[in-house]
Design a protein around this ligand. Structure first.
Ligand code: ZN
Length: 434
């Protein structure tokens, strides 16, 4: 997964002069919450932020993250390991006569090099000025990091731009626990995938991508209703027996969740499957009702517990004649059905020869399904947690071809981000042809 953990707007004022409700502050709060950085028992003890090129905002991001954590009571040390770029001391407004380079070369004790700042809980080991040093000594750097880790809750290391100084950046990455990738716009998202692989090959933890200096002030856009307000998060959210944080999950205007917005993007790209066709939508979600009904010829909205605009019908026993329906849409229904094989068979029965079923279920992230004998109270009364492989195997008993489609397969990262579809990246739409 290449999740964007935050979208940092382009701002004129340093973070310390932003008010508590600003988008900048909020985005950093999201990073801290998502990565659980404010938990003192967190396994992450050191972080670096890497970027491909210089002047992408890496040092400012390190400082902003450190500042926000220090305000949350976390004891933070920033190490400026961009020994040739050197900008942390300028951002904070402190001296840089001596620093990391002196510790690396002369083993100067760290308490003589680390500086206090005007910000409580935040100290800095600036880059230092030994101009002869171009390469960071891996052994000494490791030692310095170990000493610092024992004295601080979290170490944030400012790394050099990876394309300019790959050797130093690699040494830092090897010694650090975890890394964030900073990119400046969506066009660079593909290069971040390359760096993610690089980080993981080295063996440390990839935390996600930060999109920096975003000029567009729209942070979310609902593709269904056009709402431009931030989506609301839902927390804690239980999914597959785990309590998870679902950031920017639902649109307050139309009540859509990620899967509805993804389904609508999918339908927009495959309009032929509903345009002037006989469509059955089981458990039809209110948010999708309007846009789909504009395209279809006959739109049958069914549900076992119907709203006034739906027809009462059981997916196990539908009134439609065999081979009479072009498209069957059903999202998050099968997991509530004890005999889901019977439901799949019934769906296949009503579909025309070249008909298509668009099926969505909660996927557990594993290959195999876990079945429960009775509806699992811990998991929204579901009868099972579907695995992404054996769900396909099951569907193949009733359909000639089954394809799992993920947002990253059909959408560019900008749409995934704006419509907040990241959660769907390991869920997906199961496109079943009869
Ligand atoms: Zn909406």
């Amino acid at each position: 997964m290449y999740n964007i953990v935050a979208r940092i707007p382009k701002v004129d004022k340093p973070i310390i002069f932003n008010n508590a409700e600003s988008t900048l502050i909020n985005e950093y709060k999201i990073i801290i919450e998502k990565l659980k950085l404010s938990k003192l028992n967190n396994q992450i003890k050191s972080i670096t932020v890497i970027s491909e090129n210089e002047k992408e905002g890496k040092s400012t991001t390190c400082f902003n993250l450190a500042y926000m954590l220090s305000q949350a009571g976390i004891k933070v040390l920033i190490i400026d390991a961009d020994i040739l770029g050197q900008s942390i001391h300028k951002i904070i407004g402190i001296q840089n006569q001596i620093g990391l380079t002196e510790a690396l070369v002369y083993q100067t004790p760290l308490d003589k090099l680390i500086q206090n700042t005007s910000i409580s809980n935040l100290q800095v080991l600036s880059a230092g000025t030994l101009e002869l040093i171009h390469t960071i000594d891996a052994v000494n750097f490791k030692l310095i990091l170990e000493i610092c880790k024992s004295k601080y809750d979290l170490i944030i290391v400012d790394s050099p731009p990876i394309s300019l100084f790959p050797e130093n950046a690699t040494i830092i990455l090897k010694e650090i626990d975890s890394a964030l990738i900073l990119i400046q716009d969506y066009d660079h998202f593909k290069s971040s995938i390359r760096w993610k692989r690089f980080i993981e090959k080295i063996g440390n933890k990839f935390l996600g991508v930060i999109l920096n200096k975003i000029e567009n002030t729209i942070s979310n856009l609902c593709n269904i209703c056009g709402n431009k307000n931030d989506f609301k998060s839902y927390k804690p959210c239980r999914s597959n027996n785990k309590v998870i944080f679902r950031n920017k999950m639902y649109c307050e205007k139309c009540d859509s969740q990620e899967r509805h917005r993804f389904m609508w993007e999918y339908i927009k790209k495959n309009q032929h499957i509903i345009k002037n066709k006989q469509v059955v939508h089981c458990g039809s979600e209110f948010c999708l009702f309007k846009p789909i009904s504009k395209l279809t010829k006959t739109y049958n909205k069914i549900d076992i517990n119907p709203r006034p605009d739906q027809i009462q019908m059981d997916i196990l026993n539908m009134v439609f004649e065999s081979e009479s329906i072009d498209t069957f849409i059903c999202s998050h229904v099968l997991e509530h059905i004890k005999d889901d094989n019977k439901a799949m068979k019934e769906v296949a029965r009503i579909l025309k020869k070249d008909g298509i079923a668009i099926l969505l279920v909660p996927i557990n992230g594993r290959e195999n399904t876990t079945e429960f004998l009775t509806p699992n109270k811990e998991d929204f009364d579901h009868y099972r947690n579907y695995g992404y492989i054996d769900f396909i195997d099951k569907l193949k008993l009733y359909f000639t071809s089954v394809k799992r489609i993920l947002p990253q397969d059909i959408l560019d990262e900008r749409v995934i981000d704006l419509c907040s579809l990241s959660y769907e990246k390991d869920q997906g739409i199961f496109e079943c042809k009869k």
